[in-house]
Structures are given as C-alpha cells and as structure tokens.
Design a protein around this ligand. Structure first.
Ligand code: GTP
Length: 607
C-alpha cells in the first residue's frame, strides 16, 4: 500500500453513542472479522473483561482493514478510542496517529458533554471530521433536530452529516466511503529516513513488549536495527505486522501505516509512549510527543498478605505497561505494610485498574480512599504537592509555617434537559461550585430543550460522589465532562481516625472545614459498624489536630468463641478454633485493634 491508498482514522463520541458497535460493523463489512449470525453484539475491539462487563471502552485498540472502493484497494486503519472522561488521555494519544475522525452522535440523545470535548480535541489537531448521526433505527431518534443542534454547536453543515444505524448496518457502507473520500491520505516518503511514532504498547508473556507504531516516513522491516530517541537504546526488529484485527505479520510497514513491532524490549518502561523510533546510524528529529498524562486521583494499594507485596508490585508494573497514564510509587503504611501509591486520571480509571488487577493477576488488594493532589504553600514561598494525607500538615497555621493550602479545581460542564436545571444548580452549590453559568444548546422553543451548565468545582468533590448524584438527580439524563482549571486556595484540614487512641495512618483523609463535622460523624459511625467487637472497649475517634470531632465507643466482647460448647464436642471445638485462626490470618492489626480485611474493604469502598 502506498500512502495515497491508506487512511488512518478514529471514531470519537460520547460514551454509549455506539463507537464499538460501529467499529464491529466496519470490521464485518470489510471482511476483517466474520459476520455474526447470532445478532449479538460481540464487540471485538473491547478485549478486556472489564470493558465487556461495564460496557465501556477502556484501552484504545487498533485494527486494520482492507476495503475495495472503485478500482483500488484501500488500507483503513481504525484506532478505537475510549469514551469516558477519565480516559481522555488515551483518546488524545490515539488521535495523534490519525488524520481524520468519525464523530458519532446518538440521534436520540443529541450532543452530549463529551461530544463537545472530543470534537474540540480532534479539531485542534487539524483532523478532518466526518459527522455521523447514529441509532436512526430508534423510534425516539430525531435526526433533523439533532443535525440542527450539531450545526449550532459545531458549525457543521447538516448536508455533510451521514445518518446511520450501527446496529442494523444501515448506512455504514457510506461511512467507509466518506473515510476514503474525505480524510486526507497520510504524508511521508518511503525513501526518507525512518520515523515511527510509538503510540501504544502491550505486553505479551512470551515475546515481551509489543509496540504499536505509526510510520510517518521511511519503512520498517524485520531485522532492522532501530534506536529509540527517548532512551537511545538500540534494538533489532524481530517481528512486524498489522493488527487485522489480531497481529498478522507482514514483511514491512510503509509510510502512513499503523501496525505493531516486536524488538526484544523487556521492560515496560522501555516502550515510551510518544517516542520516535529511527534506524541506527541515521539522524532524525524526534516527532512531537504528547503532553504527559496528569494523575489527579491518588490511592494506596496494599496486598492483603504482606508477603504478597513482590507479586503485587510485579502485577502493577505489568498493567501499567498497557496503561501508561497510571503513576506508581512505593508507599509504606504502619497499618497496612508495604504497598504502592498509584495515581490515576479519575475514579473510574482507578476502579477499572483495580478490577483489571484482580481479574488478570488474581490479586486481592486493599485500596485506600482516593485523594487529589494538594498544594501546600509555605511562608517562605516554597511549594509542595501532597498526594497522600499522611504527608499533609497536622494543622495548617502559622506555627507550621504554612501560608496556605490549595486544591485542584476543574471547569465542569453538564448538559441536561431544561427541567433539571434547578436540581443541578443546587447540586453544584452543595459541592462548593462557583461561577455557575448556563446557556441553551438549541433554540427549539416548545420542545424539551437542553441547557449546558458550566461551573468551577473542586476536583475532590467530583472524586467522591458528585457523578453518582448528578446521574440520580437528573434521572440519568445529565452528561458530564470536565477539564483542568488549575489550583485554588481552600480551607482544608487533615482528619485522622483513632482506634483506642492510636491514629490509623491508612484511614486519614483531607476534608474541607465546612464539612468536617458531618464527615467526621459519618466515618466514625461507619467504623463503628464495620469493626468487630474486641475483648476490650475501643473508642473510635475522628480528630483534626488535637481536636476530637466525633466519637463512638465499641463495647467489649464478653465470651470467647468456644464458650458454650461442652467438653464432649471436641471436633466442634477444634473447628471453631480453626475458623478463628483462619480469620485471624486475614486480620490487619490497627494499633492494638484487629481489623479484618472485610472491615477495611467496607470502610473504604463506600464514601
Ligand atoms: P463506550 O465504548 O462505552 O464509550 O460505548 P460505545 O460508544 O462503544 O457504545 P457501544 O457500541 O457499546 O453502544 C452502546 C449501546 O448502544 C449498546 O447497547 C449498543 O447495542 C447500542 N447501539 C449502538 N448502535 C446502535 C444503533 O444504531 N441502534 C440502536 N438501537 N442501538 C445501538
């Protein structure tokens, strides 16, 4: 294939607008995968179990297909992108390898918060956008009205918009044609020195690291000696091919092509996303990389058994190879032992990572409650970013030389039907929202028109329960997106929890002063429910500095487990003792109090 017969594109959309379904249809139509007769949506590109379970695309996947159009065969490289706001980094990463994007909008739901953000992201990269209205088979779909909405929001000419049903396949052929007709061919000459852009990687148990590359110029073949601009390390290419949709070896990758290479990289860190690979002995200027992902939600991950730490760490390292936006640092806690502190783009990202860890590596873990990175500014002007409550100053007054504390804020945008406006405004205020603004998205008088609300919210509010509440208060109609809006001065404090007078480091949290009493009471109550009775009375306290905010007392347990069993029942007695031993094994000692793993789970899994 020469560049003029190659098209690199991605499908971008708000969550659930049908990307994976359309991708499947395109793969079927081009014969890349067999057509399903069962009529069930298998969604080939959603490979990970978590994706199938949650129905969201997490990891961007790539597939090549061949389509005959007119007299020629075209090589179409699809780069599938995830839809959720937490995964925006994955989206922009794959966008860098393509020249165009299919913008999919659900014709029954209309433009949603992330339709807007993905559109702007693609537009800023100078990509050609093919607007497509999906789900026109639904009785509730209103293609004409939504086309007008797209015109008002994006300035798209309604005559350019394709109308399809990814489910039934109606109109999908026209999408393939539009990709070929409207998206520009990639540039780059075969004779030029090799420049390959590394945009993703996966780990294969047998072959080590497999890198996904987009060849910008020159060509790459088996046996080539290549060098990474980032690490200056040298490798020999041992395998090269395209994703069709699984790896299919080819003898080379030419300019404009997207495919995989294996070159004996052993360590995840060697495949640096955004790196440029070139041929040994040739000099090239590296391609412009990416803005690195910024982790905004941090949590500690600990093994249940301390001895399992090396295995856990190894599993985490493997997983971070497929998801480079996760940051990893070692952490040790007096309560939970050795663990890792991980940074994520958002809470969904964190949940998905934990689930993948459990699924793929059979690891059971304790995750501490999520925190955002806070900025501590000292009297002398020094700044420190703290992403672990244990590093947060006990009190932040002049005696500790802290001048102020700042927290990250975001610019949030929500799109809802007009009747929910009041509810959502209130929700934003409750979550310390500021600079609230709203405007109408479409001027459809007399119809259920939609409004877009924007405001500045502290990120920590979103990290807890904002999203769930938004969904329930808008009966599921609200869509939500946010972008970084820097840091803002805030009145925050570290809240510690004490069991039997001893603080448990892994439970500490950062709270806004206006919410300290309510939060303290709530957590103490919860702890009281989950901690099993001990042989002695245990006070449970929430404190800020030396000041106790809330307290509950756990009454002492009287009898031991074998009491009430008579001498004759030897076996039963042994069984009880054994059971007790078993649950002892899973205990984490918190101060002098034994806390079973389940209690920890319960405590940390609900906010
Ligand atoms: P994420 O990957 O989670 O962002 O979602 P997605 O955009 O890939 O959406 P997906 O393809 O998983 O589709 C979401 C839902 O819409 C699924 O239940 C699909 O079966 C359904 N769907 C997709 N396209 C159509 C369509 O044309 N008509 C109808 N009626 N349903 C559709």
């Amino acid at each position: 294939f020469t560049p003029d017969t190659i098209r690199n594109f991605s499908i971008i959309a708000h969550i659930d607008h049908g990307k994976s379904t359309l991708a499947d249809r395109l793969l079927e139509l081009t014969g890349t995968i067999a057509k399903k007769t069962s009529g069930k949506n298998e969604q080939v590109l959603d490979k990970l179990k978590v994706e199938r379970e949650r129905g969201i695309t997490v990891k961007a996947q790539t597939a090549s297909m061949i389509h005959k159009y007119g007299e020629s065969n075209f090589l179409l490289n699809l780069i599938d992108t995830p839809g959720h706001v937490d995964f925006a980094w994955e989206v922009s990463r794959s966008l860098a390898a393509c020249q165009g994007a299919v913008l999919l909008v659900d014709a029954s739901q209309g433009v949603q918060a992330q339709s807007i953000s993905v559109f702007h992201n693609a537009r800023e990269r100078g990509m050609k956008i093919i607007p497509v209205l999906n789900k026109i088979d639904l009785p509730a779909s209103e293609p004409e009205r939504i086309a007008e909405q797209m015109k008002a929001t994006f300035g798209i000419d309604p005559s350019e918009i394709l109308h399809i049903s990814a489910k039934t396949g109606k109109g999908v052929e026209a999408v393939l044609e539009a990709i070929i007709d409207r998206i520009p061919a990639p540039q780059g000459a075969k004779e030029d020195p090799l420049k390959a852009f590394l945009f993703d990687s996966l780990y294969d148990r047998y072959r080590g690291v497999i890198s996904l590359v987009s060849v910008q110029q020159g060509s790459i073949r088996k046996g080539d000696k290549i060098v990474s601009c980032h690490t200056r390390k040298r490798y020999e290419v041992t395998d090269v091919g395209i994703m069709h949709p699984e790896e299919v070896p080819t003898h080379c990758l030419n300019p404009g092509q997207v495919g995989y290479i294996a070159c004996g990289m052993k360590q995840s860190a060697e495949a640096h996303v955004g790196d440029t690979l070139h041929r040994a002995g040739e000099k090239v200027d590296p391609l412009e990389g990416f803005k690195p992902a910024k982790a905004m939600v941090f949590a500690g991950i600990f093994p249940i058994e301390n001895s399992e730490f090396p295995k856990l760490e190894e599993s985490i390292n493997r997983l971070t190879l497929t998801d480079r936006s996760v940051t990893v640092q070692r952490e040790s806690s007096s309560a939970l032992g050795q663990g890792c502190r991980l940074g994520f783009l958002g809470t969904l990202h964190m949940d998905v990572f934990r689930q993948r860890l459990e699924d793929e590596y059979d690891a059971s873990v304790i995750v501490t409650s999520p925190t955002v990175p806070y900025k501590i500014i000292f009297m002398d002007g020094r700044e420190k970013v703290v992403s672990n409550p244990t590093e947060f100053p006990e009190v932040t007054d002049s005696s500790t030389r802290v001048r102020e504390v700042q927290e990250p804020v975001v610019k949030a945008s929500m799109i809802v039907p007009e009747e929910y406006m009041g509810e959502l405004m209130e929700l934003c205020f409750q979550h310390r929202g500021e600079n609230l603004e709203h405007r109408y998205l479409d001027a459809g008088a007399g119809r259920a028109s939609r409004i877009i609300i924007t405001c500045i919210l502290p990120l920590s509010e979103i990290v807890t329960d904002f999203f769930d509440q938004l969904k329930s208060r808008s009966s599921g109609f609200a869509s939500f997106d946010y972008e970084d809006a820097g840091y803002k001065k805030s009145d925050l404090a570290k809240m510690s929890f004490l069991l039997n007078g001893k603080p448990v480091d892994a439970l500490a949290i950062i709270v806004h002063r206006s919410k300290q009493d309510a939060t303290g009471r709530q957590w103490v109550k919860k702890l009281h429910q989950v901690i099993p009775k001990q042989l002695f009375e245990v006070p449970i306290q929430a404190a800020i500095g030396r000041k106790v905010i809330a307290r509950e007392t756990l009454k002492a347990l009287r009898a031991d487990v074998t009491a009430g069993l008579y001498g004759g029942h030897y076996e039963r007695k042994m069984k009880h003792l054994e059971n007790q031993k078993e649950s002892k094994r899973k205990m984490k000692k918190m101060g002098s109090v034994e806390l079973p793993q389940e209690a920890f789970f319960d405590m940390l899994s609900t906010k």
